[in-house]
Design a protein around this ligand. Sequence first.
Ligand SMILES: Cc1cc2nc3c(=O)[nH]c(=O)nc-3n(C[C@H](O)[C@H](O)[C@H](O)COP(=O)(O)O)c2cc1C
Length: 392
Amino acid sequence: MRVVLGVSGSVAAFRAADLARELMRQGAEVRVCLTDAAQKFVSVALFEALTGQPCLVDTFEEPNRGRMAHIDWARQADLVIVAPATANTVAKIAHGVGDDMLTTLVLASTKPLLIAPAMNPSMYTNEAFQEALRVLMARGAMVVEPAEGDVACGENGQGKLASIPAIVAAALDALQQSKMLAGKTVLITSGPTREALDDVRYLSNRSSGKMGAAVAQAALQLGAAKVRIVTGPASVVYPAQAEVAQVMSADEMLESARAWAPDSDLIIGVAAVADYRPQTRVRGKMRRSAEPLQLVLEPNPDIIAELARVAPKARVVGFAAEPTADLAVAREKLARKGLFAIAANDVSDTSIGFESGQNELSVVFADGRVHQTGRGSKLRCALSLLQAIGAD
Ligand SMILES: Cc1cc2nc3c(=O)[nH]c(=O)nc-3n(C[C@H](O)[C@H](O)[C@H](O)COP(=O)(O)O)c2cc1C
């Protein structure tokens, strides 16, 4: 396992030396990247001697000529740790700033990120810093909270870098999680479907694709070998490493997903598939008249049930957006569609679900178990969902 250890300019930077050694004792290959401020406290020579690896400090440094080191290191790492993480570096990472080697590398990384902040207690409780930390956690970063006690500036409070065993335990946890779906192929349906009435109008729903994108991101973070998404028209940005098939109608979604399903180990039906479609599609444009207009709708295929049928070895998981917290309907759907599990969310609660960045899922399993993800960012919910589903 390869760990990139980012060290920023905290008075606790010297403790990163022990952290590097302990990670190596646990079998990790550790490569250290130091900020300029970190080098006021500790030296490149110290970490190079301890790790037997060259350190990175300068964005334009290329130990292998012609190879961009920040991309190489980001690609090769299984985990990126920033410890100690200064308020400044945390804020920069949260806002996508890449003005030094460490922040550029973190921006380029798709691997799990573990952050161990260390700072003066007033800096730690500063709302700007806490907001940045929340942003990172919502994006799936793990945080090892600082301990309480006396800090170097003479104050007492929360801000001391967490203990080395606590950071190492979190790192091992993160590394284990990052391999949970190793070798697995994950298929996700996402977004709404569009059922055409005529050449300019359609029936659709409010699905934004955000939850599908979060499940894809979570699958990648958990080490899936291949993530494939069949998406209806959604403006969300899917992870660059996912293979994406764009479709419009439920029929098209079924066709694309069915082609991929037999190779999949895990199939998650996040898409909000229209239950019905217009029986006839008018060519051109339907014209206004003074008479009431009656539309005849016919049922769409049940995509997730069909995927469960054609991929009997896969763990097939559906989503059920229900206007109630009662899980009876979700349980009935789970049984009728032959699913491994179903993730229910209560769409009567407008603070979660459709278009929101937040969600809260009750995952009901075929064996009767229920797993609650708790309320949080869609990525947090997706990680909790996939961890509960697991893999063979
Ligand atoms: C003696 C000294 C100790 C510092 N300790 C910390 C610290 O523990 N945590 C922190 O967030 N900033 C600390 N700072 C401030 C940071 O070094 C400063 O914000 C710097 O710009 C951080 O740069 P970096 O995030 O690129 O490493 C300290 C500054 C000094 C002079």
